[in-house]
Write a protein that binds this ligand. Sequence first.
Ligand SMILES: O=P(O)(O)OC[C@H]1O[C@H](OP(=O)(O)OP(=O)(O)O)[C@H](O)[C@@H]1O
Ligand SMILES: Nc1ncnc2[nH]cnc12
Length: 186
Amino acid sequence: MTTTEAAGAELRDLLISRIRDVQDYPQPGVVFKDITPLLADPVAFSALVDALAELCRKHAATKVVGLEARGFILAAPAAARAHLGFVPVRKAGKLPGPTLAQGYDLEYGSAEIEVHADAFGPGDRVIIIDDVLATGGTAEAALDLIRRTGASVVGVSVLLELGFLAGRERLAPQLKGAPLDALLTL
Ligand SMILES: O=P(O)(O)OC[C@H]1O[C@H](OP(=O)(O)OP(=O)(O)O)[C@H](O)[C@@H]1O
Ligand SMILES: Nc1ncnc2[nH]cnc12
């Protein structure tokens, strides 16, 4: 799916105007895409949540996964707006129940994520929502993790894809046909 298919030009212009570049954060050479101005704008934030909720409906998801931490800020309201349950995928050591875990590398480091082993039921159709797709390491780990619970993934949706880091190409084999929707691509 192209950017213009995922978000109309007007919405795209609004969203992009509220994302700020921070040079050399969190390490030299990285241009950090800061979404806090977007979150602080009620019109832009609400329009973003609407667009993500629409993707949840379009893919007939039954559960919405958000990836800690910025993914939570987008996925939880999108889930509520689509009348679906929200499941947190957390950084290691934060979930109290039995978990499955997956390690990964991202643009500026490495980490481990976890999900409750019993988070999904039979037949659950999971959509993964995050703010940024950069190298695709985080999304790849989340795909693996969720599939290991036995659930199926029906889509990965992000606000912003950094196309020059080729996360989409990296993810293609792991998507196994599930759509990757980016509202914006740079
Ligand atoms: O495509 P990748 O190279 O894997 O990078 C993308 C990930 O990086 C950021 O998360 P981060 O781990 O910085 O966590 P945060 O949401 O807690 O800030 C972002 O929210 C994505 O989850
Ligand atoms: N350049 C970037 N800006 C914001 N979040 C990111 N996650 C990974 N790379 C990122």
